[in-house]
Design a protein around this ligand. Sequence first.
Ligand code: PBG
Length: 345
Amino acid sequence: MTSDTPARSLATVPLVRPRRLRTSPAMRRLVSETRLHAAELVLPLFVKEGLAEPSPLGSMPGVVQHTLDSLAGAVREAADLGVGGVMLFGVPAVRDATGSQADDPDGILQRGLRVAAEAAGGRLVVMGDLCLDEFTDHGHCGVLSDIPARDGSPRVDNDATLVRYQAMALAQAEAGADVLGLSGMMDGQVAAVRDALDEAGYEDTAILAYTAKYASAFYGPFREAVDSALEGDRRTYQLDPANGREGLRETDVDLLEGADVVMVKPAGNLDVLAAVAARSDVPVAAYQVSGEYAMIEAAAANGWISRRPAIEESLTMIKRAGADIVLTYWATEVAGWLRASQEGR
Ligand code: PBG
């Protein structure tokens, strides 16, 4: 050391050099804590009654309402690329107060489930959305009570709705659904559906419970996807985004009632997702919803963000927060990227 070499001090020499593990792509790949797999992705799909051609959704570029034919193709494509599952939503031609198409064996959702199960051929898990909102003329997730709320707005009758959910569960199980996605946020829905399934001999049909489902503005584009008739909002049954503890309470209740998988939705509630993952002894799912999809697509279309890295980063954050399963409209596309990158190695 010459006299003009400054002494090394704590101010100039880092004590620890975390950058060492970031020096090369190979090193970064080696130490990556979170990796995406096609098998953990679930693709939501919309099937619409009486449609002649698949119909693109303006607010969800790249997503369509399917015909029964195009649905089969989408399921096969997802299965070919190793996607873990599909979640089916039905859009009926006729709606009424009790959502009678929801449990009709020939209703569009049941027909879609049969087509999807056949196309999947056991290669991926077929799930059905179990909720009345697509089937009711008022667009609520349950049947309405004769007695409105004090302010005159419609009141969803919790316990009468459970009976409808039980009927839907049997119709979907009979049509070939492996998993039922209970998205209505009625109290007691998991226990009611579990009971009805077991009673009818469908004890192997699993329940994915939308456990912490928030009343979210980010469901906006989905409403177009299902031609929603909803007036008003769902705040008397879905959670207030201000509340985290309530999401954990719902988790405890759903686990107690026998949920096989619990879900947080929108996936962007990462704090709740992490807390649910720490608490749950069953797999935890997260739903990257229509608005979360649309935001990234819109920003990318405007050149404001880089599309593929943004999609990959968003899914990585959701996994890192604790999701074992991620529902995303990009499932098939991401599975394609994952396959291509494996082949490239
Ligand atoms: C209810 C249901 C909704 C979504 C999934 N299931 C709409 C709602 O609760 O208002 C939204 C999914 C999305 O926005 O991608 N059946």
